[in-house]
Design a protein around this ligand. Structure first.
Ligand code: NAD
Ligand code: LMR
Length: 326
């Protein structure tokens, strides 16, 4: 039973994510931190009859919220409006994430850090660089949550082929979490033979699923409920592996590849990338093993080739935000 902190807990993602995590029996203390409304959300949730204690922490309460945390989940920051890219959020969210990572380094340096805030391709390197500066970086413990791409893939595939159960269909999604950097590996779904037209439709919808929601919400933000679902799925998997010792749990997630140097050495040498989303097996320490790239069809190899330049730029931007400003 452990303490979990949600940073940005009163937001569009933060509230339903906190609600879902209130149902976990592995959490003894759910600490909700936000610069607005955290005490109200916490008091509301605290009446739910599950085992965890819930506390709310406002603007000045970050240190108290993070003290001794096992896991810190970060959906803090601004979401997109129509016409914006995720990278457009960098100028506001980069500073927010840096400050939260500083909080982790000072208050719970051994915590698992699960980053939702966009642009994930850059915010994860920001967290890692801050932790490095404080001498507390463990690449096995920092994750970019790209689970929504996986969740969408399972659902969208089932809409094209109704014989596929969206709950049971696991799709590996590699690369990063924005537009062309999202590379769904649909060829590895057992028994699937999509036509080229279906592949084009599915791939585009998965890569731009976020834009679909941003457009439909028409200025009121981006995905919150499906993201809370995906975030809870990911957080629960981390807790089950690291607290309950469950083995065999695998999720596609965006990580620093030094978390498994052996398995990723050839890929790093070939691409020059230090961060990448790939299927990761979880263990007590977080990352137990980063799986090698699955076999890619020619179609997927072309997607990956198109993803790499943008990913590289996103990673360099996040890294430089810390290294150039220190
Ligand atoms: P939101 O505006 O509804 O909520 C964000 C919350 O963060 C707000 O309550 C705000 O007060 C809080 N906040 C701002 N600065 C803070 C700080 N310094 N410390 C603590 N809390 C702070 O936004 P949202 O819809 O919940 O989205 C949050 C982020 O998640 C956005 O960056 C969005 O792009 C991203 N997102 C990522 C994914 C993904 O797949 N990884 C999916 C959806 C959204
Ligand atoms: C998503 O994929 O829904 C999120 O990254 C939010 C966004 O900006 O699209």
């Amino acid at each position: 039973m452990v303490k979990v902190v949600i940073c940005g807990a009163a937001g569009g993602i933060g509230q339903p994510l906190s609600l879902l995590l209130k149902q976990s029996d592995l959490i003894s203390h759910l600490a909700l931190f936000d610069v607005v409304n955290a005490p109200g959300v916490a008091t509301d949730l605290s009446h739910i009859n599950t085992g965890s204690r819930v506390t709310g922490h406002g603007k000045e309460g970050m240190n108290e919220a993070m003290k001794g945390a096992h896991t810190v989940v970060i959906p803090a920051g601004v979401p997109r409006k129509p016409g914006m890219t995720r990278d457009d959020l960098f100028k506001i969210n980069a500073g927010i994430i840096r400050d939260l990572a500083e909080g982790v380094a000072k208050n719970c340096p051994g915590a698992f850090v699960l980053v939702i805030s966009n642009p994930v391709n850059s915010t994860v390197p920001i967290v890692c660089e801050v932790l490095k500066q404080h001498g507390v970086f463990n690449p096995k413990k920092v994750f970019g949550i790209s689970t929504l791409d996986v969740v969408r893939s399972s659902r969208f595939v089932s809409e094209i082929d109704s014989s596929m159960d969206p709950r049971a269909t696991r799709v590996t999604v590699i690369g990063g979490h924005s537009g062309v950097t999202i590379v769904p590996v649909l060829s590895q779904i057992p028994g699937q033979k999509f036509t080229k037209e279906q592949l084009d439709t599915l791939t585009h919808r998965i890569q731009y699923g976020g834009d679909e929601v941003v457009k439909a919400k028409d200025g009121a933000g981006s995905a919150t409920l499906s993201m809370a679902f995906a975030g809870a799925r990911f957080t629960n998997a981390i807790l089950e592996a690291t607290v309950a010792g469950k083995t065999g749990l695998v999720e596609s997630t965006y990580v620093n590849l030094s978390a498994d140097p052996e398995s990723t050495a050839a890929f790093r040498a070939k691409t020059g990338l230090d961060y990448f989303a790939q299927d990761v097996e979880f263990g007590r320490e977080g990352v137990a093993h980063i799986r090698p790239l699955p076999h890619l069809s020619d179609y997927e190899q072309a997607l990956l080739d198109a993803a790499l330049p943008e990913l590289k730029v996103n990673i360099a931007k996040g890294t430089a935000f810390i290294t150039d400003n220190s």
